[in-house]
Design a protein around this ligand. Sequence first.
Ligand SMILES: Cc1cc2nc3c(=O)[nH]c(=O)nc-3n(C[C@H](O)[C@H](O)[C@H](O)COP(=O)(O)O)c2cc1C
Length: 165
Amino acid sequence: MKVLIVYDSLGGNTEKMAKAVGEGAREVGADVEVKSVKETTLPDLEAADAIILGSPTHFGTMSDGMKKFINDSVKIRGKLVDKLGAAFTSSGHPFGGNETTLLSLLQAMLIHGMLVVGDPLETGGHYGAVAVKTPDEKALDDCRKLGRRVAELAKRLAASGGSTA
Ligand SMILES: Cc1cc2nc3c(=O)[nH]c(=O)nc-3n(C[C@H](O)[C@H](O)[C@H](O)COP(=O)(O)O)c2cc1C
């Protein structure tokens, strides 16, 4: 069961979150890869059972690097159906558009026909994990929880026969 975490990060904050998401997914025995968006390929997306996207908040939405990658992923439209998806972001301000950024990432995954994982009242964010600037211990813990939850759900989905696609 493969969990792929793809992040963009100009200053390292979102990268720290990505590593914590990866730690959480590894805790439940997933085969985890944490990759910068710059080094991620479309076959990497196809090979994953779950994809967790992280981006800094830029003008209330995902970064241009992440958006370009998502635009490129139109080439594999139909190949990501029923994979699990989730999102995380670091913003500069608590109300600086982190939720709209998460929704922009989740929206792309919904368009791919993916199954988007929400908040089971375990973490602070309704739509994914959020940090303001450098993630503090609470934000890192939320990231680990998100990784664990997605990996657990991916296991359950695989055990029940997996994709309908
Ligand atoms: C081009 C640009 C746009 C940004 N826009 C926002 C914004 O709309 N809202 C916000 O809260 N922070 C904004 N920020 C701040 C970043 O989201 C914040 O510094 C974040 O922690 C950066 O994460 P990173 O270290 O992974 O790049 C912006 C930063 C840049 C460079």
